[in-house]
Write a protein that binds this ligand. Structure first.
Ligand code: SAM
Length: 244
């Protein structure tokens, strides 16, 4: 891997990125859920439900959710697959603590174990999980290939990988409106609701630096997965990649 990478539009040394991403999520953690609802007009809830629609699981399945944040995906997995055992993980202690608290408040703690884990170096044995989910996390990785290879390593043969991530709108007029919204409205909302415009500027920039649908699909295949396909939501603003 090159020793340079991107933090939004800024070029940084690879060893600096995780700390910079860490600062973003420490800063926004307390208002993270509110901002998601406001920025996406509540649509992120639907996107996350759609993600789970693509997961079929046996009884007592073992699931890894990477970059769990405040626990939206573990909550949905617990509701849909009550016998599953969910490994709830995040690199960021502030976000993971909110996810844990929520699991107690919303009564899905019994399905979950919690660990401070980087998705780029997974501390699990080969072929452990029936399902791996990652929602709005991959974009923040320093080395996405390393992360995807780790996911492949710990997934059981026949297991499913589901990635929910911002992607590229397919319609050029819609894309211009979306760009205007991302760079003009979202940082202002960040300032108003969280007191932090820069973290939301990073959000808009990191989305533009993330591989588009087809490119991410190729990356997933190159990292050893098979039968990768993607689904565009809201004209490709968001995409779900599913691979076996
Ligand atoms: N999955 C949640 C959701 O969909 O609402 C949270 C997504 S939030 C936008 C991104 C999360 O990725 C943050 O909680 C952040 O700490 C985490 N993250 C960033 N880099 C990571 C990495 N290398 N490994 C694991 N988690 C990471």
């Amino acid at each position: 891997m090159s020793n340079k990478t991107h933090f939004g539009f800024e070029e940084v040394n690879t060893d600096q990125k995780a700390a910079k991403v860490g600062n973003v999520f420490h800063s926004v953690a307390a208002e993270y859920d509110l901002m998601n609802d406001v920025m996406s007009f509540g649509m992120h809830r639907l996107w996350k439900r759609m993600l789970l629609e693509l997961a079929g699981l046996p009884e007592n399945a073992v699931v890894l959710d990477i970059a769990s944040g405040t626990g939206d995906i573990p909550k949905l997995i617990s509701d849909k697959f009550p016998s599953s055992q969910i490994h709830v993980t995040d690199i960021n202690g502030s976000m993971l603590a909110l996810g844990k608290e929520r699991s107690i408040n919303e009564n899905f703690f019994h399905n979950c174990s919690f660990a401070l884990v980087s998705g780029e170096a997974l501390p699990y044995q080969d072929q452990t999980f029936d399902l791996i989910t990652i929602s709005f996390g991959l974009r923040n990785f320093t080395d996405k290939q390393a992360g995807l290879k780790e996911m492949k390593r710990v997934l059981k043969p026949g297991g499913i990988l589901l990635i929910l991530e911002f992607s590229k709108p397919t319609n050029s007029i819609f894309s211009k409106i979306y760009d205007w919204y991302s760079f003009n409205v979202i940082p202002k909302l960040g300032n108003l609701l969280v007191g932090d415009a820069n973290s939301y500027k990073y959000l808009a920039e990191s989305i533009r630096m993330h591989p588009a649908q087809e490119e991410l699909k190729q990356m997933v295949l190159e990292c050893g997965f098979e039968r990768c396909k993607f689904y565009n939501l809201v004209n490709g603003v968001v995409a779900i990649h599913q691979a076996k």
